[in-house]
Ligand binder design. Structure first.
Ligand SMILES: Nc1ncnc2c1ncn2[C@@H]1O[C@H](COP(=O)(O)OP(=O)(O)O)[C@@H](O)[C@H]1O
Ligand SMILES: O=P(O)(O)O[C@H]1O[C@H](CO)[C@@H](O[C@H]2O[C@H](CO)[C@@H](O)[C@H](O)[C@H]2O)[C@H](O)[C@H]1O
Length: 496
């Protein structure tokens, strides 16, 4: 392993200090999945190598936290006071001569991130770390790297609005699913997606085998992401005194364009990486996967219990469809599509974050899936946006209907209408863009929406319990729809 140039810094001591300091620091990190586990985890850190040995120094480490891991930490080490953006510190390490160094989250240090970009551009290896720029790309070396403040599963660092480094917090073994998909979309051409620029990975012989640690991609300049724009428009719709959701809350043209963009991405992925009917064993795998997720959801979120029968019945519907030969085609899909994963560029929407659902195994993420699962996930997002806007306008937490007042009832109706209107526009865009009209497969769509809502309930109960009422209300609605004998027209089961 590369030594630190400062002899007062001893790597073995840094490693031991991290084992002691990380348990207290981790629970404040959004990307840490073990929040709410009760007691702090036991941490075992492995330093992979020193990428930059100076002051500040940059170290790459992986660590296990309890049974969970490996996670990735990019560690800054400096004598000088740390940049304010890098607070809170992981900790301070006393040197033998009474001096000390600060240990901190390196992604929050623009200077250090700039130095890392230069290291990536140079290519080659440092110990087990491989720096692999794509052939012929020009990287914005010399610019500082500014970390996004958005709450994320990973940590993104932007360089002069030209490149974006995604530091993967839970690097998975083997080829990185996002890199695979971005490369395929580039190959297809004409699909609005970010070009992959480089990766940092570990070699097969490293302590963690071959894994992508960070992915550099083209920075997409945008007016904002779909979530911010949609919530804004939905809020305008609710706050305005209009009876219809257009024009004040007008988002339908954007929802339509988003449907088009989703269909274009699906078509390109199918062309590049294949699309075929689901085989019988794959159908069983899919059903098992959905059943496992539902069982886990019911164990984790007690509030789902009243809907258990209806949720299982929706899975039986899928089994029945597969049984009579109606299994959908499968292909590589986005895997975690929602409004926040779409950026509004000048020419239209660009989908980002093709990593798949956080928390799923690498095999599951790479498995071909019905494209309708992405569509169902995006449709859920319109529901989220409407609820979020509603709670902002009413100044109440999601799901809190508060005292019965006519204004709140009117707003809730408008929120519901906004979601229905935009879900329809999205489906129309998807069909016009060459995808199968999602409304032609309402029972499948309902099953996939319910699956996503259960996933969201688990996600919210772990990360943002105050948001839990949003997926719960969707589960309630979908369950009611399943229990009733209402005609299946694909637009029922909307926000009530
Ligand atoms: N290529 C890109 N260019 C500009 N911004 C991006 C790009 N990719 C992602 N983003 C922004 O960063 C946010 C987080 O990125 P994402 O890939 O979704 O990370 P995570 O996996 O941590 O959720 C996105 O919601 C988007 O706003
Ligand atoms: O971190 P990721 O973007 O990969 O995805 C996770 O976090 C998302 C929240 O940031 C979560 O999305 C859920 O909340 C969104 C609103 O914040 C909403 O638009 C989505 O429809 C809803 O699923 C996502 O599920 C989770 O995997």
């Amino acid at each position: 392993m590369t030594a630190l140039s400062d002899p007062a810094l001893d790597l073995a001591r840094i490693r031991a200090a991290l084992d002691a300091l990380l348990p207290a620091w981790l629970p404040g990190r959004r990307w840490y999945a073990g929040k709410g586990a009760g007691s702090p985890p036991d941490v075992t850190t492995r330093l992979l190598d020193v990428v930059l040995p100076g002051d500040p120094a940059l170290l790459v480490a992986v660590f296990d936290a309890g049974a969970d891991g490996p996670y990735q930490a990019l560690l800054g080490v400096r004598r000088d006071p740390v940049p304010p953006s890098a607070e809170p510190l992981i900790g301070r390490l006393e040197g033998p001569d009474g001096s000390g160094v600060f240990l901190y989250e390196a992604t929050q240090d623009p200077e250090l991130m700039g130095a890392l970009l230069a290291r990536i551009a140079a290519g080659g290896r440092t110990g087990p770390l491989c720096f692999e720029p794509a052939p012929g790309v020009e990287l914005p070396v010399g610019t500082p790297g500014v970390a996004s403040t958005a709450e994320q599963s990973n940590t993104s660092v932007a360089f002069a609005e030209r490149a974006m480094l995604k530091v993967l917090r839970r690097p998975v073994p083997g080829d990185n699913p996002e890199l695979e998909l971005l490369t395929a979309l580039r190959r297809a051409g004409g699909v609005p997606s970010a070009a992959p620029l480089a990766q940092v990975r570990t070699s097969a012989s490293s302590a963690v085998g071959a894994r992508t640690l960070a992915l550099l991609q083209q920075f997409v300049r945008s007016r904002g992401d779909g979530w911010t724009i949609a919530v804004d428009r939905a809020r305008a719709c609710m706050a305005g005194e209009c009876e219809t959701v257009e024009p004040h809350g007008g988002f339908a043209a954007e929802a339509y364009a988003l449907g088009l963009a989703t269909a274009r991405v699906h078509t390109a992925l199918a062309e590049q990486l294949g699309s075929r009917p689901l085989t019988r064993p794959e159908s069983e795998d899919l059903l098992d996967l959905l059943a496992d997720r539902l069982a886990q959801g019911l164990r984790t979120v007690p509030q789902l219990a009243p809907y258990a029968r209806a949720l299982w019945a929706m899975q039986d519907d899928l089994r029945e469809i597969v049984g009579r030969g109606g299994a959908p085609h499968v292909q590589r899909i986005h895997g975690d599509l929602h409004l926040g994963q779409a950026l509004r560029g000048d020419q239209g929407w660009i989908l980002v974050d093709f990593e798949g659902e956080p928390g799923r195994s690498p095999e599951q993420r790479r498995r071909p899936q019905p494209a309708l699962r992405d569509v169902a996930a995006m449709l859920r997002s319109f529901d989220y946006a409407a609820h979020h806007a509603l709670s902002a306008v009413l100044d109440r937490p999601p799901g809190d209907s508060g005292p019965h007042d006519p204004r709140a009832v009117r707003m809730a109706r408008r929120a519901s209408a906004w979601a229905v209107h935009n879900r329809r526009a999205y489906c129309t865009g998807y069909a016009d863009g060459g995808g199968q009209d999602p409304r032609c497969a309402p029972v499948l769509l309902r099953c996939f929406e319910a699956d996503k809502a259960v996933y969201e309930a688990v996600y919210e109960s772990r990360n943002r319990p105050e948001w839990l009422p949003i997926p719960l209300s969707a589960v309630r609605r979908l369950a009611q729809w399943r229990r009733s004998s209402a005609p299946v027209d694909g637009t029922s089961g909307q926000p009530a």
